[in-house]
Each structure stands twice: as structure tokens, then as C-alpha cells.
Write a protein that binds this ligand. Structure first.
Ligand code: SF4
Length: 363
């Protein structure tokens, strides 16, 4: 199975914690970017028809105007064929830039899943994050999506935020659950160099985040959303097909600045700079790469294990890989971090919050 990822590097404002490839985009800059994206897509025409899933992320894809969305869908479907024939097509949106016309257009185009940014239900926390949309905007956007016929919606929440209490996080989940989303993702705040949060001296709160993760996972479980990956919860049958392919070390093509690809054993990522990306694509040159590596042997197998262990179901290991990583798995079993049943290993449910300690064994 092959996934297609498209990165749209524009947002209405830059959040204080964000280190994604995204910047404020004027309409004419977005038009030029779409032309560059079209050129990059055309260099992969040999893959046309081979994709099962699509994920349009960013940035804020919903920032595009309806005409720009039509152009984007035209570019993408040149590689994927009609979107409704895909196993899944996800489109990321932020509430401030979604309207009824865009929601109807996406639905008509065959988009099957929307991922909507919430982060928290307290407006003071959202303001602290530098988010444009407040909780009322989320409420409105969610209603628009349901009215347009979307029956598969993810909402993102963040934990470990400055000034956020365990009760705040629990309240956000309770508030969100009233909307009956099919999928919820949690992200612990990470403070990256070069962001306003880093300049302000905001600190990460790993212990508070772990408590919020565990409390949140328990609430979602009661509401029928099953944790199927460290940070992802879904109603049965609503797990993200695109992301499952990624965790199964399946192949994917990424288009746009910073987009990563994994094809034919090679992992690479486009430059994060939108200007450099656009210039190269429009000049017909190869897109500059920020990294490029062919995974083979032990490194490929170690990555397969790390990706597989992100899933709560764990990973079934063939005998040769089991033998190759015998010492590592024995140490993790002895430390009580993972469990084994036959040839399947998985991180214990109550140890998912220390998954990084497990992954370190395989690096
Ligand atoms: S909306 Fe998302 S991508 Fe855009 S600035 Fe905020 S965190 Fe970054």
C-alpha cells in the first residue's frame, strides 16, 4: 500500500510553539506554491494510480480559497484518481478558515476524513498558544462538517501546556466528547529552538503530560474510543488508514516543503524552505533535500520495530529479526516495559508513556 502526503505550508498566524514548515501566506503566494506543487507532482507521474490513501496536512490546508482548493484537488487527483476510490483521504483544517462552501467542496471531491485542530477548550489557553480559533470557532466548524456529511472527524488536543492543569485537560476532553468525534489525537507540548515559546523560556512538562495522557486515555476509553497508537484513539473501524501504513513501514510519497517520502527503501525529506522549494520546482530542478538515506539491514529492522511498537497491538516479528534483537527485547522484558506473546511484542499499556525509553534500545 502507498500513501500520498501533501504539505501546505501556510497558516493564518504562527502559533507560539510551532516549528512546522509553515508561514503566513498571501493569496498570490499560495497560487505560486500550487503551481510549484503541480510541477513536483508531475515528476512522480509514474506512481499515478498506485496510491491507496491521501493526507493533506500542513500548515493549514483549509486556508486555501475555494478556487485554490479546486486546483489542489485537480493536482492531487492526477496522482490518486478520484478521491472517493481511495481507502481514505484526510484533509487537515483549522476552524478559523473553514466555511460551509469549503466543507461542501471537500465532501463533493470525495474527501472522507477531516482532522480539525482544537488543542484545548479554554480560550485563555488557546490565546497563550497563539491560536487564531477559539472554542466557539471549533464548535461552529464541527457543525459545518457534520452538516456537509462528514462522518469521520479527528480532533487534536495538546497537553503539558504552560499553565494547563490536569483538570483543564480533563475538561477539554469532556467538552470535545460532546461532539462525538470518531478519532482523537493527543500531543504533548514540545519546545523547539527558534520558536517564541523557546525565547520566552517555556519549559516542557513531561510528568504533567504523562498524567494527562493517562487520565485522558481512560476517559476516551469509557467513551468508546480505543487507543490504537501512543497518541491516537479511535472508535472501532475509524483508525487512520494512512497513518497505520506509516507505522507498518509501508511506502509513501510526500510532496511540498518538508514532506518526507519512503519509497524503494529510501527515506528522504524535501527542504523545509518554501521559497527554495518553489524556486526549484518552477525551474524544473530537483527539489533540494534536507535528508536522504537508504535503510537496509539492522537499521531498517530497528525502525520497523520502533514504528510497530507505537501501535498498542505491537508488532509480530519474523524469527530472524527476533534473533537479531534478542538482547534488546530481553532487557525490555526484564525491565517490565514490554510484553511478549508468541512472536508478537508490545509495550505494556501502563508503560506507553515511557515509550521513548523503549525506542532508545533500538536506536
Ligand atoms: S496552525 Fe499548526 S502549522 Fe499552523 S502555525 Fe499553528 S501549529 Fe503551526
Amino acid at each position: 500500500m502507498t500513501g500520498l502526503y501533501i504539505h501546505i505550508p501556510f497558516c493564518r498566524a504562527k502559533c507560539g510553539y510551532c516549528d512546522f514548515a509553515s508561514a503566513l501566506g498571501k493569496p498570490e503566494e499560495i497560487d505560486v506554491f500550487l503551481e510549484a506543487l503541480s510541477r513536483e507532482a508531475s515528476t512522480h507521474s509514474a506512481l499515478a494510480g498506485k496510491f491507496n490513501t491521501l493526507y493533506v496536512g500542513g500548515g493549514t490546508p483549509s486556508l486555501l480559497s475555494t478556487d485554490q482548493l479546486k486546483k489542489l484537488i485537480f493536482i492531487v487527483s492526477g496522482l490518486t484518481g478520484p478521491l472517493r476510490r481511495l481507502a481514505e483521504s484526510t484533509f487537515e483544517a483549522n476552524p478559523e478558515s473553514l466555511d460551509a462552501e469549503k466543507a461542501a467542496l471537500l465532501k463533493k471531491a470525495g474527501v472522507s476524513r477531516i482532522s480539525l485542530g482544537l488543542q484545548a477548550c479554554q480560550d485563555d489557553l488557546l490565546k497563550r498558544l497563539g491560536r487564531v480559533a477559539m472554542s466557539g470557532d471549533f464548535l461552529k466548524a464541527f457543525g459545518l462538517l457534520r452538516a456537509a456529511g462528514f462522518d469521520n472527524i479527528n480532533a487534536d488536543l495538546m497537553c503539558g501546556l504552560p499553565g494547563q492543569t490536569l483538570k483543564d485537560f480533563a475538561d477539554s476532553i469532556e467538552w470535545l466528547l460532546k461532539f462525538k468525534p470518531e478519532h482523537v489525537s493527543f500531543y504533548a507540548l514540545e519546545v523547539h529552538d527558534g520558536t517564541p515559546f523557546s525565547a520566552d523560556g517555556v519549559k516542557e512538562e513531561p510528568e504533567a503530560s504523562a498524567d494527562m495522557y493517562e487520565a485522558g486515555a481512560a476517559s476516551l476509553k469509557l467513551a468508546g474510543l480505543v487507543r490504537y497508537e501512543i497518541s491516537n484513539f479511535a472508535r472501532p473501524g475509524r483508525e487512520s488508514v494512512h497513518n497505520l501504513n506509516y507505522w507498518e513501514q509501508g511506502e509513501y510519497l510526500g510532496l511540498g516543503p518538508s514532506a518526507a517520502s519512503y519509497l524503494g527503501g529510501e527515506r528522504r525529506a524535501n527542504t523545509t524552505g518554501t521559497a527554495a522549494y518553489v524556486r526549484a520546482a518552477l525551474a524544473g530542478e530537483e527539489i533540494p533535500q534536507q535528508s536522504r538515506e537508504t535503510l537496509t539491514g539492522r537499521k531498517k529492522n530497528a525502525e520497523k520495530i520502533m514504528l510497530g511498537l507505537r501501535r498498542t497491538a505491537g508488532i509480530e516479528l519474523p524469527d530472524d529479526i527476533f534473533i537479531e534483537f534478542n538482547e534488546e527485547t530481553d532487557r525490555l522484558l526484564a525491565a517490565g516495559l514490554i510484553e511478549k506473546a508468541g512472536s508478537r511484542i508490545k509495550i505494556k499499556e501502563d508503560r506507553l508513556y515511557v515509550s521513548n525509553a523503549v525506542f532508545r534500545e533500538f536506536v
